[in-house]
Design a protein around this ligand. Structure first.
Ligand SMILES: [Zn+2]
Length: 237
């Protein structure tokens, strides 16, 4: 099973690994800093180099319980070869800032309006999130923009935690992010804690402090049904 290094250190940009398996035009590594995707955050891209050949990693995908780095270029890689991986850091850091911005958004909307999240998605510097809300207006969107930027200005630390499943179930706020949907074989729950604002079960990569997110703009609001409303945000470059 691949050791996913970015779950513990989201700022790791390069790493050394060994090719554990070759699957078509992809490789499985013993360890990787490439984020495999999930929770609305797309997988990383980047490069792998074995000293003589360089491969472009288009993305990482899950296949039969394995994390396959889909590669292009270079000669055919060999099992057992040592490689140095580099993730496309500019893109990933934008995704980290965007992902944390979304958690700020859902933390604020939950704290001040009691509304749960029903869905969301992100690309670098742009994201959308759907809430269980009956009404939505330009005034609301404007107010939310003020509130989320106040949380950026508050410079809150963002801390990764690992909780035993039983302990995680005892935190009422975590239930709202539906950890009860976790498969029974999962014994630990990874959490992202924006100190003083929002605690969630989450697998994504985040910045270490909300100030790194920078200015967030609410760029759109729309109704997706009677009790489903969408907000769109953009994070400044
Ligand atoms: Zn998340």
């Amino acid at each position: 099973m691949t050791d996913i290094l970015c779950y513990e250190d989201s700022y790791l940009k390069t790493f050394d690994a060994t090719i554990a398996a070759v699957v078509g035009r992809g490789v499985v590594l013993d360890r990787t800093a490439f984020y495999p995707g999930g929770g609305g955050q797309p997988p990383d891209s980047g490069t792998l180099s074995d000293g003589s050949d360089e491969y472009t990693v288009k993305r990482v995908r899950r296949a039969s319980g394995q994390y396959v780095h889909e590669i292009e270029g270079g000669e055919r890689p060999e099992v057992g070869a040592c490689v140095r991986g580099s993730i496309d850091w500019e893109r990933r850091y934008q995704l980290m800032r965007t992902h944390t911005a979304l958690h700020i958004l859902c933390g604020v909307v939950w704290r001040d309006y009691g509304a749960q999240v029903t869905g969301g998605n992100m690309e670098p510097l742009r994201a959308r999130m759907d809430f269980e809300l009956e009404s939505m207006s330009a005034d609301f969107a404007e107010r939310v923009e003020e509130l989320i930027n106040a949380e950026v200005a508050a410079e809150r630390d963002v801390v990764v935690g690992i909780l035993p499943r039983e302990e995680a179930f005892r935190i009422p706020d975590l239930i709202r992010t539906k950890i009860n949907l976790l498969p029974p074989q999962i014994s630990e729950v990874r959490t992202i804690d924006i100190r003083g604002l929002d605690l969630q079960a989450d697998g994504g990569t985040h910045v270490a402090n909300t100030r790194e997110v920078g200015r967030i703009r609410v760029t759109g609001h729309e109704s997706k049904g009677r009790i489903n409303k969408r907000l769109r945000i953009a994070v400044d470059h």
